[in-house]
Design a protein around this ligand. Sequence first.
Ligand SMILES: [Zn+2]
Ligand SMILES: [Zn+2]
Length: 269
Amino acid sequence: MMDMHVHTYRCKHAKGTAEDMVKAALQKKIACIGINEHFPMTYLPDPVPVHDYAMDLNEFPVHLKELKTLQKKYRGQIDVRIGAEVDYYEPAINTITQWLEPFQTDFDYLYGSVHVVTNWAIDDDKFLNRWDQVGVDAVYSMYYEVLAKMAKTRLFNVVGHLDLPKKFKKIPTIDFDGKISTVLDAVKAAHMVVEVNTAGLRKPVKEIYPSRHILEMCLEKGIKVTLGSDAHAPEEIGYAFDETRALLKEIGFKTLVLFKKRMQVPVKL
Ligand SMILES: [Zn+2]
Ligand SMILES: [Zn+2]
């Protein structure tokens, strides 16, 4: 059992310290926990409330030090892996690259996630009115275009919650398989894996990210998957993993991937 997507109080919209998360994972008999806290994102444009989404850059080394201490403290009981969920935003790509640089050897893996298109976060209910202004199809369209660009940077190991725009059950009227296929081809070319994220089950859409249909496309293209709860509280660690692993087996996946120092480690499903 593994959970590769876990946040802490440091992002200011989650509760629990990193150690609280590790302890909760131990209780749930999880053998490997990856803490991929939101990477600082003050490079995002107004009016994105960046201080509600992540710590500042000057706090990040303190956070990393804490994770390294936990790795040692819990060695032999649970593997603690160090990641970060990076908010891809094309105009800031140079800043993102620069900010990641000093920590590159610390990371076991990096998530590339897109939450912000143009200047608003599609997964924040503060911006729900934007959906009507922009149009649901247009939001999905922009999102998948940005996601393909994210993969092409080759900065990241995992694509987080691939079909995030469905969170509020805003369903597009047109088919996006073509665009999704383009994203997946970019993901494959970049040797990235797709995250199976159970947080969607806790949201209005009540579905995992990505959908079964997209997971079938991944399998067909030979793209591997990893598993994360996107826990923002200790009790969310490992959320709905039994049913999700059963679903993945049913689709035909045989393994999951976890990461150690940016290398993919396959584990049996
Ligand atoms: Zn979060
Ligand atoms: Zn996310």
